[in-house]
Design a protein around this ligand. Structure first.
Ligand code: CU
Length: 107
């Protein structure tokens, strides 16, 4: 493989990237649904789940990539999850079975 300036720039960007820009993504719960149904994040990013409904939600995932259970919490409160491995994470609500969110955790 020839090392072109473009390739070099790409390799440098990849080398610097991990952890350098861990971001936070806010997903609100309102009217028994997530504010987005699909979300793409980078490995190491945080998703903050904010409850904007006047009743409780219980956000969880049984996905292999990231399984978690944020427990039941009410209006105005939020909890966070760090997505530390790449892959697909299906997020659901234990109180409202119709609530679904697919998070793609990119490398
Ligand atoms: Cu819910």
């Amino acid at each position: 493989m020839r090392i072109t300036p473009n390739l070099l720039a790409t390799l440098l960007a990849l080398a610097i990237a991990p952890g350098a820009h861990a971001g936070e993504h806010v997903v609100t719960q309102k009217n028994k649904s997530f504010s987005v149904t699909r979300l793409a994040v980078k490995t190491g990013d945080t998703v903050r789940f904010t409850n904007d409904d006047p009743f409780n939600h219980n956000i969880f995932s049984l996905s292999e990539v990231k399984s978690f259970d944020l427990g039941s919490y009410g209006h105005g409160l939020s909890k966070t999850v760090v997505l530390d491995k790449p892959g697909m994470v299906e997020v659901e609500c234990a109180v409202h079975p119709d609530m679904k969110l697919m998070v793609e955790v990119r490398k």
